[in-house]
Design a protein around this ligand. Structure first.
Ligand code: ZN
Ligand code: FE
Length: 257
């Protein structure tokens, strides 16, 4: 299975998976770059995976269905995404190019948000997590509560460290600037800043990242790190060591950063 990002808008990645003939795309906010990619590679669209209802993840579905009518559109239970043919729930699974993807419900950024997880026997597992987990960041809380997002991120945090995390935005550098403010003494963050700077200078995506790396550099997964707890408490009117409160304080701080 070949996976690569199709850049869209200013900082979106539409991930495509293909087997040399058939392709699936994740969160096609814009049809144009997807069609150009599939044409150039001689691929047929076989299905669409949607993580949540935002327009930058769904806006291209209609035009793609005009070219490839009748293909499966997987997505959350949400009437706002009228094109979804297979609404999915936690614990269900689907087949994508012969691979099994399990569904997680991960509310927080939006209430309908789901993620797709493929377990590999020998290689890296694969996670398409939309706008829930970013490299060194997490999605803004547009609809859900901090506690819902904390539960969702806890679910993802429990996956194997080698899991490849396919985020849908190139937000890594801005996220790292915030991560550095939260943990000025975290050497892993400093070295990640340097390596991402190099990647971006060559216009190479900084994602997929791995869960193992995120556990070391992502302030939104590090609610149990002493420096993160200490910093969260300087930002909160109600200091607490409770992981969910630490997460909420860090999320609030990032919104003002
Ligand atoms: Zn979104
Ligand atoms: Fe988005």
């Amino acid at each position: 299975m070949n996976i690569s990002p199709i850049p869209a808008f200013t900082d979106n990645y539409i991930w495509q998976l293909n087997d040399g003939e058939k392709a699936f795309v994740v969160d096609p906010g814009d049809a144009k770059p997807v069609i150009a990619f599939l044409d150039a590679e001689g691929l047929t669209l076989a299905g669409i995976l949607i993580t949540h209802h935002h327009w930058d993840h769904t806006g291209g579905i209609k035009d793609l269905l005009e070219l490839w009518p009748g293909i499966a559109v997987y997505g959350p239970h949400n009437d706002a995404i009228a094109e979804v043919t297979h609404p999915l729930k936690e614990g269900e699974h689907i087949q994508v190019l012969g691979e099994r993807f399990n569904i997680f419900e991960v509310p927080g950024h939006t209430l309908d948000h789901i993620a797709y997880y493929n377990e590999q026997e020998t290689d890296h597992d694969i996670l398409f997590c939309g706008d829930t987990l970013f490299s060194s960041g997490c999605g803004r809380l547009f609809e859900g509560t901090a506690s819902q997002m904390y539960d969702s991120l806890s679910k993802l945090k429990a996956l194997p460290a080698e899991t490849l995390v396919y985020c849908t935005h190139e937000y890594t550098q801005a996220n790292l600037a915030f991560a550095k403010a939260v943990e000025p003494n975290n050497a892993e963050i400093t070295s990640r800043i340097a390596s991402v700077e190099k990647l971006r200078a060559e216009n190479t995506p900084s994602v997929p990242t791995t869960l193992g790396l995120e556990l070391k550099v992502n302030p939104f997964l590090r609610w149990d790190a002493p420096e993160v707890i200490e910093q969260a408490n300087t930002q909160s009117e109600t200091p607490s060591n409770e992981p969910v409160e630490v997460f909420a304080a860090i999320r609030g701080w990032k919104d003002r950063f």
